[in-house]
Design a binder for this molecule. Structure first.
Ligand code: NDP
Length: 505
């Protein structure tokens, strides 16, 4: 976590015990425990640390520890130092039990008492709900009712995995249940997108530089494009995906978070309350659409047969565990407007999809064209467009696209770009994307975690679409060839405004 300019890496988090529900699952093995290792390697995990796994699968503390010690080298993607490993797995407990059963929490309590004594973790507890969503409300309620999460001088925090609800009503109901037994400051709703360095850097780019903020408004910005394109197909996740679709899977969380970071007002302090308040204000200003507006300003589509990166891809409907008549969308594009002084009349175009030409996550801010055709031989509409592009995946970079004079005796103009790549300036530490989020939770910094109102605001924006699409039962479902840039209807969405999408790389 050092940069070429020598930035410091911060203090180790508070002593604590991490209790993971869903400890036998993929997330725990592939991402969470490797993230703990990376934190320990960067000296950010406390010396006084203990880990307890909870799941229904039969196991023991010894077997769970051995299981993690075996899976860690496979997923950490780095060589393993025994001292660091011992910090992470030196004190491991396992509680086998049904999370719906009260007795499980009594057993967790006993295990906590044991490891807290052994590692002097000062009673600080972080409960991580890495179970399927059906487990979130029951486990949260049991934690509250059993007293395990009661704060009595020590901190007690709960991380809830995604998806947080499947629509506005279910997200609201989950918030209500959790807030009935826990305080808002104890609840950390994770969105792993916000753990990405480049996403966090959007705030730094905007607010640590005097350069951009004066032009970050409707006077200078023509429109904004937010793209989260995946080349991957639905693969083996047919069951989950067919019940979810691209809109639910990506928009109320990842894309709306990107939108709020790009469009929010400057917070008065770089602190959770200020940032979350500004994000909430921004989301409140996004125009809510009625059914007809929602349909007019959106496109949903499903991929057909095609080739992605030279590999043949079968149509979505032929995927294992997907209904052959499914009307679930694998692509969605939206046009949103924000009703405030900064953004009036500046469209925000969002798109995400699977089986597209390439993997590309970026936010592209298009600046207005120069107002007059000063250069006689290059009409203003043929000048290169001025884009500021924040690349998030696969390349973490910031690029500026502008016009320059082509060398020679006559004035000829060509489009050029200037790109800053993170890897050229900073040494990236191995990362699963969860390190910052887990560390922030351990130090009580909720800046990257959405509040209850932020989560519900995201759902409120997409609810009219969910309703409209449910009613029309796939009537307007478009299609696109796997390996393409998406459906032609998405191009038409922008063409109506005289604009076009940037090509997917
Ligand atoms: P898995 O199916 O691999 O693991 C789920 C775990 O939860 C298992 O340990 C299982 O253990 C336990 N479990 C299953 N059903 C229930 C239930 N009804 N109540 C309580 N516990 C249950 O899932 P993942 O690890 O992939 O995902 C876990 C969570 O993380 C999900 O909410 C997912 O959306 C989220 N997530 C996962 C990502 C990933 O890359 N894996 C990425 C982003 C989010 P047992 O049967 O032994 O009790």
């Amino acid at each position: 976590m050092t940069s070429k300019t020598g930035a410091t890496s911060g203090r180790a988090a508070d002593p604590c015990c991490l209790v993971i529900f869903g400890a036998s699952g993929d997330l725990t093995h592939r991402l969470l425990v490797p993230a703990l290792y990376n934190l320990a390697a960067a000296r950010l995990l406390p010396e006084a640390f203990a880990l307890i796994g909870v799941a229904r699968s039969p196991s023991s503390s010894e077997a769970f520890r051995a299981d993690l010690a075996k899976s860690l080298p496979q997923f950490a993607n780095r060589s393993i130092d025994q001292n660091v490993l011992n910090q992470v797995l030196g004190c491991v407990g396992y509680v086998q039990g049904d999370p719906d059963d009260e007795s499980t929490y009594a057993n967790i309590g006993r295990e906590l008492t044991r490891v807290e004594r052994e590692r002097a973790t000062q009673g600080n507890r972080l409960f991580y709900l890495a179970t399927p969503p059906a487990g979130f409300a029951p486990i949260g309620c049991h934690l509250g009712q059993s007293g395990l999460a009661r704060e009595n001088g020590a901190w007690r925090r709960v991380i809830i995995e995604k998806p947080f609800g499947t629509d506005l009503a279910s997200a609201h109901a989950l918030n209500q249940k959790l807030l009935g037994v826990l305080k808002e400051h104890q609840i950390f709703r994770i969105d792993h997108y916000l753990g990405k360095e480049t996403v966090q850097n959007i705030l730094v780019l905007r607010f640590a530089n005097g350069l951009f903020e004066p032009i970050w408004n409707r006077d200078h910005i023509d429109h904004v494009q937010i793209t989260v394109a995946e080349s991957l197909t639905v693969g083996r996740r047919g069951n989950y995906y067919d019940a979810t679709g691209a809109l639910r899977d990506m928009v109320p969380n990842h894309l709306i978070q990107l939108l709020s970071l790009i469009a929010m007002e400057p917070p008065s302090r770089f602190a959770a309350d200020s940032v979350r308040a500004e994000k909430a204000q921004l989301l409140e200003a996004v125009q809510l659409q009625n059914r007809d507006e929602a349909l007019r300003n959106s496109v949903r589509a499903q991929y057909d047969d095609g080739f992605v990166e030279n590999q043949r891809v079968e149509a979505y409907r032929k995927t294992k565990d997907v209904d052959p008549h499914s009307t679930t969308e694998t692509y969605v594009a939206l046009r949103l407007m924000i009703d405030n002084w900064r953004w009036a009349n500046v469209p925000f175009y969002l798109r995400t999809g699977k089986a597209l030409r390439g993997k590309q996550t970026e936010v592209a801010i298009k600046f207005k064209q120069a107002p007059i055709a000063m250069f006689r031989d290059t009409p203003v509409d043929r000048l290169a467009e001025n884009f500021l592009v924040v690349g998030i995946q696969p390349n973490e970079c910031i690029g500026l696209e502008f016009n320059a004079k082509i060398p020679g005796p006559s004035i000829a103009i060509g489009g050029v770009s200037m790109t800053f790549r993170y890897e050229d300036y900073f040494e990236a530490a191995p990362s699963t994307g969860y390190e910052t989020l887990i560390y922030d939770c351990m130090v009580g910094d909720a800046i990257l975690y959405p509040r209850a109102d932020g989560i519900e605001a995201g759902w409120r924006l997409v609810q009219p679409l969910l309703d409209a699409w449910r009613e029309e039962k796939g009537e307007r479902l478009a299609s696109y060839r796997a390996g393409s840039d998406g459906p032609k209807e998405a191009d038409e969405l922008l063409a109506r405004d005289g604009r076009r999408w940037r090509p997917i790389a």
